[in-house]
Design a protein around this ligand. Structure first.
Ligand code: GLY
Length: 372
C-alpha cells in the first residue's frame, strides 16, 4: 500500500464520520431505510417496502463505523435501522435471494461484533430462507414469481451468509449448497475472456442452460460492470470461506479482465461494452470491484501480484473521491451510481455505493473489522 493511499484513506475516514452524523440525523424520524437521496433528503427503495434488497447496507455502514471507531452512536443507529429491517420478515412475498445481503451484514455483523444471541438467531433465520431457494441442479434461484430457473451473478455475494451459517451451526448443508452454486456460476457465467454474464436461465427441472439474456447491462453478451464486481468479490469470498484456490483463480480472472477494460480510467461506467455516448457512471461498481480486488490481494499474502491488485483498487477508490459530495447539503457520499443501463435511475446516490466506499476506505486504513 502506498503512503499516498493510506493518508488519503485516513483523511477520507474522517470526512465519512462527519457525513455519518448527517446521514443518521436525516434518517432519525423515518419509517423506511435510506436507499437514495434527493434534494438533501433520504428516499426509500422503489419496490418491496422494507424488503427492498439494499436495506442491509445502511445498518452495515454503521456497524463498520462502530467497529472501526468504538463509538456507540454508530451501533445505536445500526440497531434503530435493524428494527425496521426485521419487519421485512413479515412480508414473505417480497423476500428474495437478497436476504443474504440484507442480514449477513446487518444482524450478522452485529453478532460477529457483540455476540448478541437474538442477532445470531435472526441471521440464521435469513440463512434458512436463502437455503430454501436452492435448486438441487446446483444454483440459487433469483427473484420470484415465474423465474424458477433464473440465476444471477449478484448471488455470489449472498452466499456469504451461508458460509457463516455453516460455521455457526456446524451443519455443512449451507456451505455445500453455496459451493455448488459457485461451481455452477464459474461454469456457466464466467466467459472465456474473464467477463461475467449477469443472468443465466436454467431449466429448473433438468438444470440445462436455456438462455443468457441481457440484464442490467447494455445488451446480451455485454459486460455489466456491477456484475463484474459481484463476481470478483463473490469468488474471492468463496475462495476465502471454502479454502478453494480454484475460486481465487476465477476471482483473479474476472478482476484482471476488469483491469484491462478500465485501463487508465479507474472509474466504471455501467457497462464495459456500452456505446461511447452517453457516458453513464456506476460508482457502486467501482467501489465493489475495488473491495473485491482488496480481498483478493489479502489472500495473496504480499508480493508483486498482491501489490498490483492493492494499488489498482486504491486508485479506483481515490478516483471515486471526484464523485463524492462532502458538503452538508445531502446525507449521501457518492453521487453517480446507476441501477441499470436501460432504466432511468442513472447517476444518483445509492446507499450500497457508500457502504462499499466506506469498506474500501477502512480496508486501506487497516481498520476494517466486519467481514462478509
Ligand atoms: N443485486 C442487484 C444489483 O446489483 O442491482
Amino acid at each position: 500500500m502506498t503512503d499516498t493511499a493510506r493518508t488519503w484513506a485516513e483523511d477520507t475516514l474522517r470526512k465519512i464520520e462527519t457525513k455519518a452524523d448527517l446521514m443518521q440525523d436525516r434518517a432519525r424520524e423515518l419509517d423506511f431505510i435510506p436507499y437514495t437521496a434527493s434534494h438533501g433528503q433520504w428516499v426509500p427503495g422503489p419496490f418491496d417496502g422494507l424488503a427492498w434488497w439494499t436495506n442491509g447496507f445502511y445498518p452495515a455502514f454503521f456497524w463498520q463505523l462502530f467497529a472501526a471507531t468504538g463509538s456507540s452512536a454508530w451501533s445505536k443507529e445500526a440497531l434503530r435501522a435493524q428494527a425496521l429491517l426485521d419487519q421485512a420478515f413479515q412480508d414473505f412475498p417480497h423476500l428474495h435471494h437478497d436476504v443474504g445481503f440484507m442480514w449477513r451484514i446487518s444482524t450478522g455483523f452485529q453478532y460477529d461484533l457483540t455476540g448478541a444471541k437474538e442477532a445470531r438467531e435472526t441471521t440464521l433465520y435469513a440463512a434458512h430462507l436463502l437455503l430454501g431457494r436452492y435448486n438441487p441442479n446446483g444454483f440459487f434461484r433469483a427473484w420470484n414469481e415465474d423465474k424458477a430457473g433464473w440465476a444471477i451473478i449478484d448471488c455470489m455475494m449472498n452466499l456469504s451468509i451461508l458460509y457463516w451459517a455453516s460455521r455457526e451451526t456446524g451443519d455443512p448443508r449451507f456451505q455445500l449448497a453455496a459451493a455448488r452454486h459457485a461451481e455452477t456460476a464459474r461454469q456457466y457465467f464466467i466467459r472465456e475472456n474473464g467477463s461475467s454474464e449477469h443472468i443465466v436461465i436454467f431449466d429448473p427441472l433438468t438444470g440445462a442452460v436455456m438462455d443468457k439474456p441481457g440484464g442490467q447491462g447494455y445488451a446480451p453478451g455485454s459486460e455489466w460492470t456491477r456484475g463484474q464486481g459481484w463476481a470478483t468479490y463473490g469468488f474471492s469470498l468463496a475462495a476465502r470461506h471454502l479454502g478453494r484456490a480454484d475460486f481465487l483463480e476465477t476471482a483473479k480472472r474476472v478482476a484482471d479482465h476488469a483491469i484491462s477494460r478500465l485501463g487508465e480510467k479507474r472509474l466504471c461506467e455501467v457497462d464495459f461494452l456500452a456505446p461511447a455516448s452517453p457516458v453513464i457512471y456506476d460508482d457502486c461498481a467501482t467501489a465493489i470491484l475495488a473491495c473485491g480486488m482488496l480481498d483478493i490481494a489479502e489472500q495473496l499474502h504480499g508480493g508483486e501480484e498482491a501489490a498490483r491488485y492493492e494499488d489498482f483498487a486504491s486508485q479506483m477508490l481515490m478516483a471515486l473521491d471526484a464523485h463524492a459530495d462532502w458538503s452538508g447539503n445531502t446525507p449521501n457520499i457518492l453521487t453517480r451510481c446507476t441501477g441499470s443501463y436501460h432504466t432511468k435511475d442513472h447517476e444518483i446516490p445509492m446507499i450500497y455505493g457508500d457502504y462499499f466506499f466506506l469498506e474500501g476506505v477502512l480496508r486501506l486504513s487497516g481498520k476494517e473489522r466486519c467481514r462478509w
